[in-house]
Design a protein around this ligand. Structure first.
Ligand code: PMT
Length: 214
């Protein structure tokens, strides 16, 4: 099968040397891409900037901003059977990028931000994607309720939720623990390395795909 995985952070430029980003290392997404490839699938990894090596056997498309990730997904998602969105996409980007490095002058500086495209949230409506759609939810409170709201709002078949306020899991850690939020049930996968967890997640996603689409 053809599988699309998004991973890593986006970078939203402020001026030629500064950007707004987040603490995503890309590890969760790269492990998922590697696990799908290991299971014999054709994987396209659309990734923001990370320090990681591209997993063996995975096609790689580097991107920078939320807008460029949106464009890459729009271009490729049509031939995918499964899409998994692990990327930590900026929800807002500066309205204008300063052409020169901003000088330090006033005591305060106000940046005007505008919403970025919700790539996962428009996968069905804008791209017409009808494959198995898996989102992530990075939450700091009400993990299950917030993930379930995302499942419905974004038209997902499954949302994988992690509590990013817990030390030792989530952003930039080698470990994670997640809740699998399906339309009719919830499952919990306890603390494990992102490597081991990715294999469990890929198995769960493939089972879901086979049960709903074949
Ligand atoms: O990269 P690591 O260091 O390994 O960390 C892993 C992780 C914490 C980044 C990962 O497990 C995770 O939770 N990824 C989702 C991060 C996130 O931004 O979650 P969110 O709840 O804000 O977004 C919900 C979903 O919408 C996500 O699937 C996200 O990819 C998607 N989204 C969000 C905004 C946007 N403009 N477009 C999107 O597609």
């Amino acid at each position: 099968m053809n599988i699309l995985v998004t991973a890593g952070p986006t970078r939203e430029p402020i001026d030629p040397v500064r950007f707004i980003s987040n603490r995503s290392s890309g590890k969760m997404g790269y492990e998922i891409a590697a696990a799908f490839a290991h299971a014999g699938h054709a994987v396209l990894l659309v990734s923001g900037h990370t320090a990681l090596d591209v997993p063996d056997g995975v096609d790689f498309l580097p991107v920078d901003t939320a807008a460029s990730m949106h464009e890459a997904v729009a271009h490729h998602i049509g031939r995918m059977q499964i899409a998994v969105f692990t990327a930590a996409v900026a929800d807002y980007t500066p309205l204008a990028v300063a052409p020169e490095k901003l000088k330090k002058s006033a005591d305060t500086l106000t940046l005007e931000l505008v919403k970025t495209p919700d790539i996962l949230g428009t996968a069905r409506s804008s791209f017409g994607f009808d494959g198995t759609l898996v989102g992530f939810a990075a939450e700091t409170e009400n993990l299950e309720a917030n993930a379930r709201a995302k499942l419905t709002r974004k038209g997902c078949d499954l949302v994988i939720a992690n509590d990013v306020s817990k030390p030792g899991i989530g952003f930039d850690s080698n470990h994670n623990e997640v809740m699998l939020v399906y339309p009719e049930r919830t499952e919990f996968l306890p603390l494990a390395s992102k490597h081991d967890l990715a294999h469990q997640l890929v198995q769960a996603i493939l089972e879901l795909h086979l049960s709903t689409r074949m």
